[in-house]
Design a protein around this ligand. Sequence first.
Ligand code: IPE
Ligand code: IPE
Ligand code: MG
Length: 234
Amino acid sequence: MKSDAVDISADARIPRHVGIIMDGNGRWATSRHLPRAAGHRAGVKNIEPIVECMLDRGVRCVTVFAFSTENGGRPVSEVKSLFALFRKQILPLVKKLVVRGARVVFSGERESLPDDVVKLMTEAETLGDGNDKTVNIAFNYGSRAEIVRACKLAAASGEITERSIERGLYTADLPELDMIVRTGGEKRLSNFLLYQAAYGELFFTDTLWPDFSAAEACDMLDEFAKRTRRFGKV
Ligand code: IPE
Ligand code: IPE
Ligand code: MG
């Protein structure tokens, strides 16, 4: 953790957990007459500065939506380029995040992923052992599938309650999701953390993910601090 980082995790003005739907890589590339893969490369480069800014502001956990189950239905060439990028960039990215005081975990379905990708995930998860902040990378993730899985686990445990279902979510050990950011102009969740978002504050920006800056992220955190959260109460 940087020495100037704030430790105000108990302060309700700081979200404990921020989810980011990093959308707009393809359009960023197309507007520059570049292949979509170049947009994904630029998008990966932007993860570390934005996460760093949030962790420095006292956020304890950031979940980034990197690849949805549904993204697997994109043209084979694009899916291939996304997996190639994951293979090349995941350990360098995780090492940078570990230096920032985070451990890295993954949310999503692993069984259908190539063995070498799963191996990289397992290795990445060990690098930040002992760090108290968390970066959760949602990769091959779909929220409906996650909820079905959690319900099955809850049923097998013989107890179906909100608590038991939450224990089966990938986010079971993570703080409550307080804030969701979506870049790229669309105003939808696209199967991202549907259960966890129940009382999350939503933030949308037209800025395409590779252009999303730490300054804009800070502005959103400032706005979060001003919002009144009622949780159904008066
Ligand atoms: C988000 O950017 C990254 C992934 C979904 C992998 P997109 O690839 O969806 O970019 P746009 O929305 O087409 O611009
Ligand atoms: C959401 O973006 C998934 C990620 C950012 C990884 P999409 O581009 O897949 O979402 P839709 O298709 O616009 O809903
Ligand atoms: Mg998109």
